[in-house]
Design a protein around this ligand. Structure first.
Ligand code: NAP
Length: 285
């Protein structure tokens, strides 16, 4: 029997329809103040340019605005901090997306952390991560928050299950592990220095692939009836997990493409709109 398809594309479309409705409501109540996401792209990485364009297109689809900030490859940390500072101070900007990765000479962590907490709609600051990890209100990092939403939508039980997250990056693996832990999974985080990785993955009821290497997690590492979440995307439409051979014996899986990617964007949109509602309604009182 085939696993349930955790169709992120479909859920993202449904979310967008609801968000568009909320944007219309906000416009009506505020006399036309439009929720605005600032997208900051530094350098000339073609994949990053595509991701930013997809996020700007999503803003357009739901009636939000995006403000494009593009900085050259040679940008220094101080220059990026100044650009972020201007967006922090701009009351017409409700959320800030700094596209990862930035060029190597830039201190990415310092720049992420310069984003004002109430505009950290992509959930990249230490402050936001800390609050999320402690179970306090915060915008979660968009990709793992989107994954959690997708799992919840499909009624996937997290509590008590053994989850294995392969990858520990600040924007994906680490927050993913904390979100699963907050929902009472027993979580193991694996990384490049983990030994006996296949054996650990075999113990998982739920596997998240967040490695950044095409089909690195082999199909035969994955246990019967596991839930399989693949955050990777590589040329040729493959992810970080070898899905062929798994989809027939797993409980559920995210397709690539059309699983995690659309949920990341929809979550970023949702969090931007929430930030705009908070700013505009507080501003209106
Ligand atoms: P990243 O920053 O490069 O992190 C990769 C992680 O994988 C690191 O923690 C690394 O461990 C671990 N790793 C590398 N080699 C390993 C090995 N041999 N065994 C076990 N772990 C290993 O990547 P990322 O930004 O988290 O992204 C991961 C994947 O998700 C990529 O495919 C990316 O394209 C995708 N992604 C998708 C979205 C989306 O919206 N769909 C968003 C973000 C990322 P160390 O920490 O020890 O180096």
């Amino acid at each position: 029997m085939s696993g349930i398809i955790l169709d992120g594309k479909k859920l993202a479309r449904e979310m967008e329809a609801q968000l568009a409705e909320r944007v219309r409501g906000l416009l009506a109540q505020t006399g036309g103040k439009t929720p605005t996401l600032a997208t900051v792209l530094v350098g000339d990485d073609p994949a990053s340019a595509v991701y930013v364009r997809m996020k700007r297109n999503a803003c357009r689809r739901i009636g939000m605005q995006s403000r494009r900030v593009e900085l050259p490859q040679k940008t220094r940390t101080e220059e990026l901090l100044e650009a972020i500072g201007r967006l922090n101070d701009d009351t017409d900007v409700h959320g800030i997306l700094l596209q990862h990765p930035v060029p190597p000479q830039v201190d990415e962590r310092r720049c992420f952390d310069a984003i004002r907490p109430d505009k950290d709609v992509d959930g990249v600051t230490c402050h936001g991560f800390g609050r999320m990890a402690m179970g306090e209100q915060a915008y979660g990092s968009a990709t793992p928050a989107g994954i959690m939403r997708l799992l919840e939508h499909h009624g996937i039980r997290i509590e008590g299950r053994r989850a294995v997250v392969v990858g520990r990056s600040p924007i994906l693996g680490k927050p993913m592990a904390m979100m699963l832990l907050n929902d009472h999974a027993t979580v193991t985080i694996c990384h490049s220095r983990t030994t006996h990785l296949p054996d650990i993955v075999r113990q998982a009821d739920l596997v998240v692939g967040a490695v950044g290497k095409p089909q690195f997690i082999r199909g035969d590492w994955i246990a019967e009836s596991a839930v399989v979440v693949d955050a990777g995307y590589h040329e040729g439409g493959i992810g970080d997990i070898e899905l062929a051979g798994v989809i027939d014996r797993c409980a559920a899986y995210t397709p690539v493409p059309g699983g995690v990617g659309p949920m990341t964007i929809a979550t970023l949109m949702a969090q931007t709109l929430t930030a705009a509602e908070a700013a505009l309604f507080v501003g209106a009182t």
